[in-house]
Design a protein around this ligand. Structure first.
Ligand SMILES: [Fe+2]
Length: 253
C-alpha cells in the first residue's frame, strides 16, 4: 500500500519531532502493509519553497538510508502539502510543488474558508498551469459543509480527492465523518491516506484505522484507493475513467 499524505520527516513542520519518531512511524506503516510513503510537509510561504525542498530532500535521503540500515521495508518519496493563499496566483509553474515530479499536487485549503468561489479560482489557476490538484481532506473544509453542491462543480476541473482514513471513524468530528462517508459513497474519493503527524496520535496505522471504521468498501475499492491510484501518481500516469455520482442535499442531511 501507498500512503500519499504524511508529515513523517523529522522537525520540518508540525509532524515527526525527531528521527526516532520518523522511524517509529515507518515501522507502524510497515506493520500495516504500507511499503511506500510520500512525505508531504506543509508549505505556507511560497517564497521559501527552494529552502524547504532542499531540507526535505536531505531528510528523505537520510531517512531512506536509515530505513535500509534497519531493514524496514518502507521507501519515502517526495511531495508537499500546498496551502492555498492569494499569493498562489503569482505562481505560473507548479513543477516544484508536485508529488515525485509528477503532474499531481496535494493541495489544502483553510479549514475555515467558506468562499467556494475562491477555492474554485485556486483550482482553476492550478489546472490552467497543467497540474492536477489532489484536494487533501476535503471532508475537513468548511466550504464543502456549507455548499455541498460545490463538490459537484469541481468535477469540471478534473480534481481528485484524498480523504483522511481516520475521518471515517469520526476522529476529526461528526460533520467530517458524515461528509467523508458521503463522499466515499458517491464516488468522490480517489485516495485514502493517513495524514500522519506522529507515532502516537494521527499515526501511520492505515490498515488498522480503516478496519476500525467499519465502513463497507466495495470489491476492489481499497485496492484502487490505496494501491492503484497512488501508484499512478508516483509514476505520473493519468488517472482516468473515474466514476462519480452526485452529492445532493438529500444525501448530506
Ligand atoms: Fe497534512
Amino acid at each position: 500500500m501507498i500512503d500519499i499524505h504524511t508529515h513523517i520527516l523529522p522537525s520540518v513542520d508540525d509532524g515527526a519531532k525527531d528521527i526516532s519518531e520518523s522511524l517509529r512511524m515507518c515501522e507502524i506503516a510497515a506493520d500495516n502493509g504500507v511499503n511506500t510513503i510520500v512525505a508531504t510537509p506543509h508549505i505556507y510561504d511560497y517564497d521559501k519553497v527552494k529552502d524547504l525542498l532542499q531540507i526535505r530532500n536531505e531528510k528523505i535521503s537520510e531517512l531512506n538510508r536509515l530505513l535500509k540500515e534497519n531493514r524496514c521495508l518502507v521507501t519515502i518519496y517526495p511531495g508537499l502539502e500546498v496551502y492555498s493563499n492569494e499569493k498562489l496566483f503569482d505562481i505560473k509553474d507548479f513543477s516544484l510543488y508536485t508529488i515525485n515530479n509528477s503532474r499531481y499536487m496535494l493541495c489544502e485549503f483553510d479549514f475555515n474558508e467558506f468562499d467556494t468561489l475562491l477555492i474554485a479560482r485556486y483550482i482553476d489557476h492550478i489546472v490552467s498551469s497543467g497540474v492536477v490538484p489532489i484536494i487533501a481532506h476535503p471532508e475537513r473544509c468548511a466550504a464543502f459543509f456549507a455548499d455541498y453542491e460545490s463538490l459537484n462543480d469541481l468535477m469540471r476541473w478534473g480534481v481528485l480527492f484524498q480523504i483522511n482514513a481516520n475521518s471515517l471513524s469520526g476522529y476529526h468530528g461528526q460533520k467530517e465523518q458524515r461528509l467523508a462517508i458521503t463522499m466515499l459513497q458517491c464516488g468522490f474519493c480517489d485516495f485514502l491516506a493517513s495524514d500522519a503527524h506522529s507515532p502516537n496520535f494521527r499515526s501511520t496505522d492505515l490498515l488498522e484505522i480503516i478496519l476500525k471504521s467499519q465502513f463497507e468498501f466495495s470489491g476492489g475499492e481499497l485496492q484502487t484507493l490505496l494501491v492503484d491510484n497512488p501508484e499512478k501518481v508516483l509514476n505520473n500516469i493519468e488517472i482516468k475513467n473515474i466514476k462519480r455520482g452526485h452529492i445532493s442535499y438529500d444525501i448530506l442531511t
